[in-house]
Design a protein around this ligand. Structure first.
Ligand code: NJP
Length: 237
């Protein structure tokens, strides 16, 4: 009870489902998104009767903005128990058609954004000898798919980063885990070109449940990884 979570990418999709479920658990929330949509999520939560919510229009790839956000969260709520690195972008095209600018941006958001978020909360979590860091990676962080070289590379990077971090911060009582979903019915997946008509994909709420499960595990227990995918999705693809 009285826990505080920062959730990135809370404007829509998986992140939005995560903040609603954490709010139901009584968690105070800092919402991060790069668009004004993050304020809409804040408004909806408050209308639902959750007052301890604060939205930040922040780019996860921007270290200064993220550091300032964390300082404001500490000032407003006093502590940070959970960081959910969920913000992410994707595009799917052949390598030859991928520009260096696109490559840099996807790494800035999906990989550097995770690093920056973690770095911003670590001093506080280490001091309290407590904290849970959950990163929404992907099933493509575990095996490759065609036409997704840049995206897949970011998720492999995030797996490597999180695995190493988990070992590094265990001694401070900090838990690090990843959640690796297959196709989830969000803006992200629906924007993939050439995806066949919408099928029986996971719902954002399904992934959010995994986040709540991981975050609420007893203190002595670390759930390293949760892999989930739609029954109809061949696995590996
Ligand atoms: O996608 P979407 P999902 N700084 O597009 C925010 C992974 N995943 O919920 O910036 C801060 O509906 C954006 O908000 P805003 C995926 O890789 C998905 O599906 O305000 N925030 C929005 O709230 C990603 O890591 C599938 O527009 C930034 C959110 O991120 C995570 O799930 C499968 C930002 C994206 O919402 C959530 O994706 C899989 C920035 N620079 C993994 N850029 C799937 N959907 O099938 C974006 O394996 N956001």
């Amino acid at each position: 009870a009285n826990q505080v979570a920062i959730v990135t990418g809370a404007s829509r999709g998986i992140g939005k489902a995560v903040v609603f479920q954490l709010a139901e658990e009584g968690v105070k929330l800092a919402l991060v998104g790069s668009s004004e949509g993050v304020y809409e999520t804040e408004k909806e939560l408050k209308e639902k009767g959750f007052p301890y919510v604060k939205a930040f229009q922040v780019d996860v790839a921007n270290e200064q903005q993220m550091q300032e956000m964390v300082a404001e969260v500490l000032q407003a709520f006093g502590q940070i128990d959970i960081l959910v690195n969920n913000a992410g972008i994707g595009f799917f095209k052949e390598v030859e058609e991928t520009t260096v600018e696109e490559w840099e941006r996807i790494f800035a958001v999906n990989v550097q954004g995770v690093f920056i978020g973690v770095k911003a909360v670590l001093p506080h979590m280490k001091e309290r000898k407590s904290g849970t860091i959950i990163t929404i990676s992907s099933d493509v962080g575990r095996y490759t798919i065609p036409n997704g070289a840049a995206y897949t590379a970011t998720k492999y990077a995030v797996q490597g980063f999180s695995g190493s971090l988990a070992q590094e911060v265990r001694k401070y009582g900090i838990r690090v885990g990843t959640i690796n979903p297959g196709m989830v019915d969000t803006y992200f997946a629906n924007s993939i070109q050439g995806v066949p008509e919408k099928r029986d994909w996971l719902k954002a709420e399904d992934v959010a449940k995994a986040v709540v499960y991981m975050a609420s595990a007893p203190k002595h227990m670390l759930i390293d990884e949760i892999v989930l995918h739609p029954l109809i999705q061949q696995y590996p693809i």
